[in-house]
Design a protein. Structure first.
Length: 154
């Protein structure tokens, strides 16, 4: 599914038929979710969200609660879809990384509580500090590595 194919200079995945909104919070995704799910009716959903919530000063607990709500909305709208929920990547930022770890600890419980079609994808160890252009954004090579790891883990 895809409503935004611009990707702001990011390396292409090969198939542009996917959703993806860099720098969006979980609430921003949730606000658009119903329209996307109705329009595209996906059978498989890969979800990686929460980085910008925590970087934008939400606590790990607030971001995890928002993620739980978002996944619940996905399940309600697309009950037979396979949903792969990724943990946050480790960040080279010493202030944010503990919050990411705390958020990631909540993700398995969220996944387990939403049903058998919801799956955990542990993305935390996928990149190293050298794979980041800044504390939140991977380099082009890091982005390719992250995407490959996500596909492999799913």
């Amino acid at each position: 599914m895809s409503s935004d194919r611009s990707r702001r200079g990011e390396p292409p995945l090969g198939d542009p038929a996917h959703e993806g909104h860099p720098d969006w919070t979980i609430a921003q995704l949730d606000a658009q979710l119903a329209g996307w799910l109705t329009t595209y009716q996906p059978d498989v959903i890969l979800l990686h969200a929460g980085t910008d919530d925590i970087a934008g000063h939400s606590t790990a607990e607030q971001a995890a609660a928002a993620l739980s709500t978002l996944v619940g909305h996905i399940v309600a709208a697309r009950p037979t879809a396979q949903v792969f929920v990724g943990t946050l990547l480790a960040t080279p930022n010493d202030v944010l990384n503990p919050q990411f770890v705390q958020f990631n600890k909540a993700v398995p419980g969220i996944v387990a509580s939403k049903g058998r079609n919801i799956h955990l994808v542990d993305m935390f160890p996928a990149l190293t500090a050298a794979d980041f252009a800044d504390p939140l954004h991977p380099t082009a090579a890091g982005t390719r590595k992250w995407r490959f790891a996500g596909i492999r883990l799913c």
